[in-house]
Design a protein around this ligand. Structure first.
Ligand SMILES: [Zn+2]
Ligand SMILES: [Zn+2]
Length: 371
């Protein structure tokens, strides 16, 4: 915020601050503050990117709050209206805004854009999600300049007192002709009171530069796609004298050629021959540990789910694992030899009207539906 840099209220455009904040004339200080917090959070420009009017609305709310939260200004408004406030108190409209909204926006989960938090995605293989893994992620972040370690001074160059604030780190300013002085952090030395005699050449004195860094991420067994890991302090620094923000990593689990996950169970479809489904047999199936044998019972119908207990994904927050579900699909041969055709015809005659379980259920349903 441009603290007090002549933020003069525009005469004629000043609305009644009670009306702006939606409070009564007799509202207490706490009520005024509560109204401002609620409306201020709602209309804060950071929450409404692209809304050109948000900044103006917010400024108006702020001005109203500055008037009503200060007993002297409030009294001036009550007696003389806008003129009374303009006459004596135009300098500090934006003064304590950052302090008030810094913690407020944090509580609303709104990023002020000042913390340097970063978000990245990390794609892992299906097997890594099942068994867990250690993965590296390389990304760009802004951190302290390695040449000057963040103080912005060319190595070996002395640090001099800031002339703008005379080494105090804070400056007082006054908007004449009114006898009101306000203090704010010195913008030249960013409140430190000192400046390098020669700025660091690597970072032009900012104390910061952007580079690629690599972090190691522990992927716990059983992690699900879309879950996040937080690396505290893994984000960027926006200023050399402030701590780095956090890095939030979203895990994307790549699809598997055989398996689809359903919670901690995994499903796969396995084709079996007509003969195997009818007579039963043993088939080879993929599992998360590699190949395995599975018994198919006689008269297995297409779509049957065969369950392999404990062959799924490890539970994330308790011991044990989910199951593997094998969906049986029965393949009908597409290219028949003369002999195969003759055998199937013979089979058809042999089975005749002796309908099968699914067909029987279907015919019963059809009959009752037709009435
Ligand atoms: Zn530097
Ligand atoms: Zn200074």
């Amino acid at each position: 915020m441009a603290a007090g840099r002549g933020a003069v209220l525009c005469p004629g455009a000043v609305r009644d601050p009670y009306e702006v904040l939606g409070v009564g004339r007799d509202a207490t200080e706490a009520e005024v503050r509560a109204a401002f917090r609620r409306l201020g959070a709602e209309h804060h420009p950071d929450r409404r990117p692209g809304d050109a009017d948000a900044a103006a609305r917010f400024k108006e709310l702020n001005a109203a709050y500055q008037t009503l939260s200060d007993p002297r200004r409030r009294a001036a408004w009550d007696r003389f209206g806008a003129k009374g406030v303009e006459a004596g108190f135009s300098a500090t409209v934006d003064a304590n805004l950052e302090g008030l909204f810094g913690d407020l926006l944090g509580r609303f989960g709104v990023r002020t854009g000042e913390r340097g938090d970063l978000r990245r995605r990390l794609e892992i293989r299906f097997e890594e999600a099942v068994r867990g893994a250690t993965r590296e992620l390389t990304y760009e972040k802004t951190d302290l300049c390695t040449a000057c370690r963040g103080d912005g001074a060319e190595p070996g160059s002395p640090v001099a007192r800031c002339a703008a604030c005379d080494g105090r780190g804070r400056v007082r300013f006054q908007q004449l002709p009114f006898p009101i002085a306000v203090e704010r952090a010195c913008s030249r030395c960013r409140g430190t009171g000192s400046l390098p005699a020669r700025p660091c050449r690597s970072c032009s004195g900012s104390g910061l530069h952007t580079r690629a860094v690599t972090v190691e991420i522990e992927i716990p067994p059983g992690v699900e796609s879309g879950s996040t890991r937080l690396v505290e302090g893994g984000g960027s620094r926006v200023r050399a004298d402030r701590p780095a923000g956090d890095l939030e990593i979203t895990i994307d689990v790549a699809p598997h050629p055989f398996f689809v996950r359903a919670g901690d169970d995994v499903r796969c479809a396995v084709p079996v021959t007509f003969a195997c489904a009818a007579l039963g047999g043993e088939i080879e199936i993929p599992t998360l540990e590699g190949k395995a044998k599975l018994r198919v019972p006689p008269a297995t119908q297409p779509g049957t789910l065969l369950r392999l207990a404990g062959k799924g994904v490890p539970h994330r927050f308790r011991s044990g694992r989910g199951d593997q579900l094998v969906e049986v699909s029965v393949e009908i041969p597409t290219r028949l030899s003369e002999r195969a055709r003759a055998l199937i015809e013979e089979l058809g005659q042999e089975l005749g009207e002796d309908v099968q379980p699914q067909q029987r259920t279907f015919l019963e349903k059809l009959r009752s539906w037709l009435g």
